[in-house]
Design a protein around this ligand. Structure first.
Ligand code: BJW
Ligand code: ZN
Length: 255
């Protein structure tokens, strides 16, 4: 039997009831209960088996496009068989709950799996791109490609025959300016900030907590493990997001 989720503090419920803006940062842990492997959790993590620091960078793709594409093809097959879990659904409901009260909700995700969209979240900012969009490195042609598995690896451009790469952000690449702008606005104006299911080690998202705290937001972390930001938050909620977020929602709605 999984342990009961920790009690949701009354002070957090009060902060959410009086909030006019909430910003939530999510990472791979929010999709873990859907069956999507995270990057840095042993022993089954992608990080341990495939070392994303060596694969998720432009040099690796230039050196060995076949290997990098195969890794993405494997992940796409895995994710294609996964659906949103109760944590994703609770975040979508939190957005509706806040908007019904005239509040603003921004979901800043590092995930590229699109499971927040599948759960019905609408104001989603994809900081690291989208695993289902592919772009030609030569002519820039970009579009959705849902084929699993790919019929050929590496993937070639229909227009020019060039190599296609995933529309994601690799180490050393800049995050999309539009996403960074939206994140900045949400962090500067939020009353409550959540960090959910992220190891908080990859920049710039790892530093979002500082912007939110400077803006005076109450900070919440939901994670079964401690992270570098656990000591900085007002409400560290230790446990899986697929259990804690629904419990939080039901407290908010007074169920
Ligand atoms: C659960 C759970 C459950 C488990 N419930 N929780 C400053 C200092 C030092 C370095 C840098 C710096 N600024 C930039 C850098 C370099 C680099 C960086 O951060 N390096 C660090 C590793 C040190 N950053 C970059 O290069 C970024 N670019 C940039 O800053 O550019 C600047 C620039 C400006 C102008 C011109 C040019 C450049 C880009 C970073 C891109 C990261 N990309 C990846 C791959 C994306 C595509 C793909 O998916 O393949 O993004 S790497 C990977 O890590 C992926 C993730 O989004 C990201 C974060 O990982 P996440 O989500 O936190 O997952 P995990 O696995 O680490 O953690 C899971 C957590 O869940 C754990 O804590 C578990 O406990 C928890 N968990 N079960 C809740 N049930
Ligand atoms: Zn092309």
């Amino acid at each position: 039997m999984p342990a009961d989720p920790p009690p949701i503090p009354d002070a957090l419920i009060d902060a959410l009831r009086s909030a006019s803006a909430v910003a939530v940062l999510t990472g791979a842990g929010v999709s873990a209960e859907s069956g999507v492997p995270t990057f840095r959790d042993a022993p089954d993590a992608l990080w341990a088996r495939f070392n994303p620091s060596e694969l998720a960078n432009p040099e690796a793709f230039r050196r060995d496009p076949k290997l990098v594409t195969k890794w993405y093809d494997w992940r796409r097959q895995k994710i294609a068989g996964c659906g949103p879990n109760p944590g994703h659904h609770a975040l979508a409901e939190l957005e509706r709950w806040l908007e019904q009260r005239g509040g603003a909700f921004t979901l800043l995700t590092q995930n590229v799996d699109r499971l927040h969209h599948a759960a019905g979240s609408s104001n989603v900012v994809e900081l690291h791109g989208d695993l289902w969009r592919w772009r030609c490195v030569d002519c820039g042609d970009e579009g959705e490609d849902r084929r699993v598995p790919f019929p050929e690896v590496p993937v070639r451009c229909d227009r020019c025959g060039g190599l296609k790469r995933p529309g994601v952000v690799w180490f050393g690449e800049a995050l999309p300016a539009e996403a960074l702008g939206a994140a900045d606005r949400a962090l500067r104006s939020c009353d409550v900030f959540f960090s959910v299911g992220t190891s908080a080690v990859v920049e710039p998202a790892a530093s979002f907590i500082h912007a939110a705290r400077s803006a005076g937001a109450a900070a919440v972390e939901i994670n079964p493990e401690r992270t570098p930001i656990t000591g900085l938050v007002d409400f560290p909620l230790t446990g899986p997001s697929g259990r804690i977020l629904p419990a939080l929602l039901s407290r908010l709605r007074g169920d």
